[in-house]
Write a protein that binds this ligand. Structure first.
Ligand SMILES: [Zn+2]
Length: 154
């Protein structure tokens, strides 16, 4: 089974809302965690039992679901950008981001290490990056990007 076949079958099986939640969880914390959450594993197991699909784990699913749940775009790797585990305080920028460009940082390219707060190389959605640049240009708050700096280890 290939990535797009998996996405289509899985999305049809779990429904569009659950599918978005699944991908969202992967893009937010999943790559930092390096494993699936319990409810994700359960859902995958149900999916695998529903048809002659292999029951696949995080390593496979993470590759197949490198996609933006908002734009449907394939994630791209930026080897130089710093991925941040901790997001900053809620601001107009982060609120707009949650709505329009949630996936400017989908977690580190290199997984499987213990948590740290920054790691070089991140997955991102190209459409989210465009939307972010557009938002920043229109709001002309030169320091908005600095608001993304983490304020703690929470
Ligand atoms: Zn996107």
């Amino acid at each position: 089974m290939g990535a797009s076949e998996f996405r289509d079958s899985f999305a049809t099986f779990v429904g569009p809302d659950r599918y978005r939640q699944f991908v969202r969880a992967l893009n937010r914390e999943g790559r930092w965690r390096g494993r699936l959450l319990f409810w994700q594993e359960e859902l995958l197991a149900r999916f695998a039992a529903s048809a002659p699909y292999p029951n696949v784990g995080f390593e496979r699913v993470e590759v197949w679901l490198r996609v933006c749940e908002l734009h449907g775009a394939e994630l791209a790797a930026d080897p130089e950008a710093m991925s941040q585990r901790c997001r900053g305080a809620v601001t107009d920028f982060t609120r707009a981001g949650a709505e329009r460009f949630p996936n400017t940082d989908c977690g580190p390219v290199v997984m499987g290490h213990r948590f740290d707060n920054f790691r070089r190389g991140l997955w991102y959605c190209p459409a989210c990056r465009v939307a972010e640049a557009d938002w920043l240009a229109r709001h002309a708050e030169p320091r908005a990007a600095a608001d993304r700096r983490p304020i703690g280890d929470s």
